[in-house]
Ligand binder design. Structure first.
Ligand SMILES: Nc1ncnc2c1ncn2[C@@H]1O[C@H](COP(=O)(O)OP(=O)(O)OP(=O)(O)O)[C@@H](O)[C@H]1O
Length: 738
């Protein structure tokens, strides 16, 4: 096999879990079969960028990793990306201790995957001299001694990099991505479902105002002299009501000759685009006074420092690959710490923490790394605590809540803070940002005199926030500073569903209720009016039945009465549909056959999604997606991260395969809910609530038909679904016995 020449950006994209067969269909990657090498590039790669050359000596069926590592492809690729990124950082190359490196001249060997893969596979790589720091990954080895490097050095072939081919590859990639960016010619087959799925269906503003429900109308017509919380379950028309209100306010101000600046803030680009299209489709012409953006984009536009930090790259910008990269980073840090300084902390911490750090189980360590990721981002980062004088004591002073990683003593907190300090130091030395840092910096800028003046022209009179439940406390603070008139309370209109809580988002919400500083936030808004939506418009009464059941299964989280939606009064405005089905298969393989059959069965009925509940099962379903994509019958789009939502693919008619947490805001005729793990055994209440929340999110994406797939290999039917069957809310069906 020819060598593969690629870049950090392309490796990271691959590391999101894209199956090799799906690379050709990716809107982010471009593969060129050059004369002496294959080139894999992204749209952002340029002539002078660093290159990573993978010499694929012993590779077999899998084009990106040796066959014996294809099971852990994502981890292997993520580590390679991380290696190249480190090679680029100024100063001598430093690898985490857990990578078990050894060196000889320019050659360096390191573990190919976190932990060991049984065979203790290593890469032998070379960083070429020069500022560009090109990397050649020469070969894999299972040897753990330095002599192997000396031997290798003696027989090392010349570099496979051919400059003219690289330039040609870049030129071809550029041409490819330019073509892709051009709008596609209109096509009836594509346009129809696109319109149907937008929140406004192409109806005019006046048409909508006639048909919306009383509670939606009350919100649209409510006075704007104070902030409003609009609460409702999934599919109750929050996004629609928010859009109608913004448009209503803009056109009223226009008619009265008033200059009004309106901002609509979302969590993702996909929803921003959707809302922006919807408002333009309401037949009132372009409404430039309404700006629709994700918060991170606003941060980049307002905070000049952020845009100028050209050398800094964002890690964890909401996307799945960012999360994977952060997790691996923390895993390495943790392993290095446990092998090193842990002994000096060990005696003083509580027994529970001691046991977690001492555990040799790989799974336990991953779980600890995850908990730390949440603690760093949603607790420490969200409170805008960054290492420095007084930071540790501010952290100690934070009130702990039940959803947080249990840290019983001050010494427990101390060890976590020390890890946080090291984590930030590592990111900093490699020129990486987290989105929390971006927002904390923005907050800093917004508190300056210059913004106090600037906000009069650049700030907004009315701020609308969709999916408010997805914003963490830090992000919520930023919103306050975006208002224009400092003499009145900011007027913020928030749509939220406290039951939709992908990953840390749930925690963000809980944090808001429990952290001492969050009380002040509510005060900042003055008196806040509440509006409830009690009719769902997306899905049938049968799906609502299952949604309510899941809602009642949430453990009694103390979210405060304010967050509790009275689900018993919620009704569906849609006509009757089939009762959701539960397909129980004998094994994973059998389950996959049943899923494929369901796709055949329902594909023609309209847009369809396979929603994967448990992130850990993603890889399997990403492979299934590429198999389905192989069939000319199906148009398949894969959503493994928020960035995929922003690509071209997902709007088209066809099948979307994605992690449930990234499907928020979207809707489909049929949803197949897969990757449903055992939710009870050995789960903490937090984990259980998170999984139930993702399940709720998956089910509530469907307009008409839901099928849930479980199998014996993955623990059979979770109790929560058993009870739904007993209550007649799900019909149980025997799937393949295979
Ligand atoms: N009053 C109504 N009559 C008919 N259809 C409606 C009405 N309100 C909303 N809809 C439709 O119901 C669907 C769901 O609406 P929308 O996306 O605004 O809900 P949401 O509450 O934001 O949902 P989620 O939180 O799950 O994303 C959309 O297709 C929308 O066009």
């Amino acid at each position: 096999m020819k060598p593969l020449i690629t870049t950090v950006a392309a490796l990271k994209e691959l590391a999101t879990g894209i199956a090799p067969d799906a690379v050709g269909a990716s809107t982010v990657l471009f593969l060129w079969d050059g004369p002496s090498a294959d080139f894999l590039l992204t749209g952002g790669d340029g002539e002078v960028d660093q290159r990573t050359v993978i010499v694929r000596g012993g590779f077999g069926d899998d084009p990106f990793v040796p066959d014996h590592l294809s099971r852990v492809r994502r981890e292997v690729l993520s580590r390679l990306a991380s290696f190249s990124e480190r090679a680029q950082a100024p100063g001598p190359l430093s690898l985490p201790r857990a990578w078990h490196q050894f060196k000889h001249d320019n050659l360096i060997a390191f573990f190919a995957v976190p932990g060991t893969d049984g065979a203790a596979s290593r890469w032998i790589a070379e960083v070429l001299p020069g500022a560009r720091a090109d990397v050649i990954v020469w070969s894999g080895t299972t040897s753990n001694n330095k002599e192997s490097l000396e031997e290798f050095e003696a027989m090392k072939p010349p570099s496979p990099l051919v400059e003219s081919e690289w330039l040609e590859a870049i030129a071809r990639a550029r041409e490819h991505f330019t073509k892709l960016a051009r709008p596609e010619p209109s096509d009836v087959e594509i346009a129809l479902p696109e319109l149907e799925r937008a929140a406004t269906r192409g109806w005019s503003f006046d048409e909508w105002m006639k048909v919306i429900s009383e509670d939606q109308r009350a919100f649209v017509n409510a006075p704007t002299d104070k902030s409003i919380r609009l609460r409702g379950p999934a599919g109750s028309g929050k996004t629609l009501a928010l859009t109608l209100k913004a448009v209503n306010e803009a056109s009223r101000a226009r008619a009265a000759g008033v200059d009004l600046r309106i901002l609509m803030v979302t969590h993702s680009w996909s929803l921003a685009t959707e809302i922006s299209d919807s408002k333009d489709a309401l037949g009132l012409g372009p409404l430039d006074e309404i700006e629709v953006f994700p918060l991170l984009e606003i941060a980049a536009a307002l905070s000049p420092g952020i845009a100028n930090e050209g050398d800094y790259k964002l890690i964890g910008n909401d996307s799945f690959s960012g999360k994977v990269a952060q997790l691996e980073e923390i895993w390495d840090l943790l392993t290095e710490f446990i092998d090193g300084d842990w002994v000096t902390y060990r005696a003083s911490v509580s027994q529970a923490i001691q046991e977690r750090f001492d555990s040799e189980e790989a799974d336990e360590r991953v779980a600890l790394a995850w908990d730390l990721l949440v603690e760093f981002g949603s607790v420490i980062g969200a409170a805008a605590i960054f290492p420095g004088a007084g930071a540790e004591s501010r952290y100690f002073g934070l009130q702990r809540a039940s959803w947080m990683l249990p840290l019983a003593t001050r010494e427990d907190l101390r060890v976590v803070f020390e890890l946080y300090r090291r984590y930030m130091e590592r990111l900093d030395s490699r020129g990486l940002w987290t989105s929390d840092q971006v927002l904390a910096d923005l907050l800093n800028d917004l508190q300056k005199h210059s913004w106090n003046r600037g906000r009069r022209s650049e700030g907004y009179d009315l701020i609308f926030v969709d999916e408010f439940h997805l914003f963490n406390p830090l992000e919520r603070q930023v919103l306050h500073y975006l208002s224009r008139d400092v003499s009145v309370y900011p007027r913020i209109f928030m749509a939220l569903d406290p039951r939709q809580s992908p990953s840390e988002a749930f925690i963000g919400l809980a944090a808001d209720e429990t952290r001492s500083s969050s009380g002040a936030e509510a005060d900042d808004l003055g008196d806040v009016a509440q509006f409830e939506l009690t009719k769902v418009h997306r899905y049938t009464p049968q799906i609502l039945g299952l949604v309510k059941h899941v809602h009642h299964e949430f453990p009694t989280f103390d979210l405060g009465s304010e967050w509790n939606i009275d689900f018993s009064s919620v009704e569906s405005a849609k006509t009757e549909g089939p009762v959701p089905r539960l397909v129980v298969s004998g094994s994973r393989t059998g389950g996959e056959n049943d899923i494929v059959n369901a796709v055949h069965d329902r594909y023609q009925a309209g847009p369809m999604a396979i929603a994967v509940v448990d992130t850990r099962q993603w890889e399997r379903f990403s492979d299934l997606a590429s198999r389905l994509d192989g069939s000319p019958k199906f148009h398949v789009s894969v959503i493994a991260g928020r960035s995929d939502l922003d690509g071209l693919g997902y709007r088209k008619k066809g099948l979307v395969v994605g992690l449930a947490e990234y499907l928020a805001g979207l809707q489909f005729e049929t949803v197949l809910v897969v990757g449903v793990p055992d939710m009870e055994t050995g789960r903490s209440p937090n984990e259980r609530a998170r999984l139930l929340s993702l399940f709720y999110l998956a089910v509530s994406r469907a307009e008409n038909e839901v099928r849930v797939f479980v199998n014996d290999d993955d623990g059979g039917v979770p109790e929560v679904l058993d009870r739904a069957v007993a209550n007649g809310l799900l019909v149980r069906e025997q799937g393949s016995l295979l």
